[in-house]
Design a protein. Structure first.
Length: 167
C-alpha cells in the first residue's frame, strides 16, 4: 500500500526532482547535492531524507527520463506510419540525449531497473514493426537502436541511413 506525502513534502519532492533534473542535465553527474538543494529551495538534509545518496537521486531523475523515452517509443510503435514514427523516435531520443547530460551519463547505471527494461521492450516492439515495414536492418534490434541514439543527437540522418536495410 503506497503512502501519500503531506502536501508540503510532496511540493519539496517535486521541486527537488525538478532542480536535480535541471542540474544533472546541465552539469552532468558531477553537480553537487548542495547546488541541487539550493536550486530546489530546500535544505541539504531534506535531500538526504528523501534520497540516501546522490546516486539514488540521480537514478530517480534518470528513471523519469527513461520513462519519457519509453512513452515516445510506445507511441511510435503504435503509429500507422512506421517509417515516420521510427525516424521520429530516433530523432526525439537523440535530442533528449543532446540536452540532458544525466541521461548520457546515467543510463548505464540503470541496468536491470524496470524503467530501462520497459524502454528496451518498447524499442524492441518498435524495431519489430520497423523490420516488418522494411525500414530497419534485420540484424538490428531495439538495444542496437538505443546504443546508436546518442550519436543521433549529432548526426540523425547518418544514423537513420545506417539503420536502413541495404539495397
Amino acid at each position: 500500500m503506497a503512502t501519500s506525502l503531506r502536501a508540503d513534502a510532496q511540493r519539496n519532492l517535486d521541486r527537488l526532482l525538478e532542480a536535480a533534473g535541471e542540474c544533472f542535465a546541465e552539469r552532468g553527474i558531477g553537480c553537487s547535492v548542495d547546488e541541487i538543494a539550493r536550486r530546489a529551495g530546500v535544505g541539504h538534509g531534506t535531500v538526504f531524507r528523501r534520497f540516501p545518496t546522490k546516486e539514488a537521486l540521480l537514478l530517480a531523475v534518470v528513471a523519469k527520463r527513461i520513462e519519457a523515452l519509453a512513452a515516445v517509443a510506445e507511441e511510435a510503435a503504435d503509429a500507422p506510419d512506421v517509417e515516420a514514427a521510427f525516424a521520429g523516435f530516433v530523432r526525439s531520443a537523440g535530442e533528449s540525449y543532446s540536452r540532458d547530460r544525466a541521461l548520457v551519463q546515467g543510463l548505464d547505471r540503470c541496468e536491470g531497473r524496470p524503467e530501462l527494461d520497459a524502454l528496451i521492450a518498447a524499442v524492441d516492439r518498435l524495431a519489430s514493426r520497423a523490420h516488418e515495414a522494411g525500414v530497419l536492418r534485420r540484424e538490428l534490434g531495439g538495444e542496437d537502436v538505443l546504443r546508436l541514439v546518442p550519436t543521433a543527437s549529432f548526426y540523425p540522418d547518418v544514423v537513420l541511413d545506417g539503420l536502413r536495410p541495404r539495397g
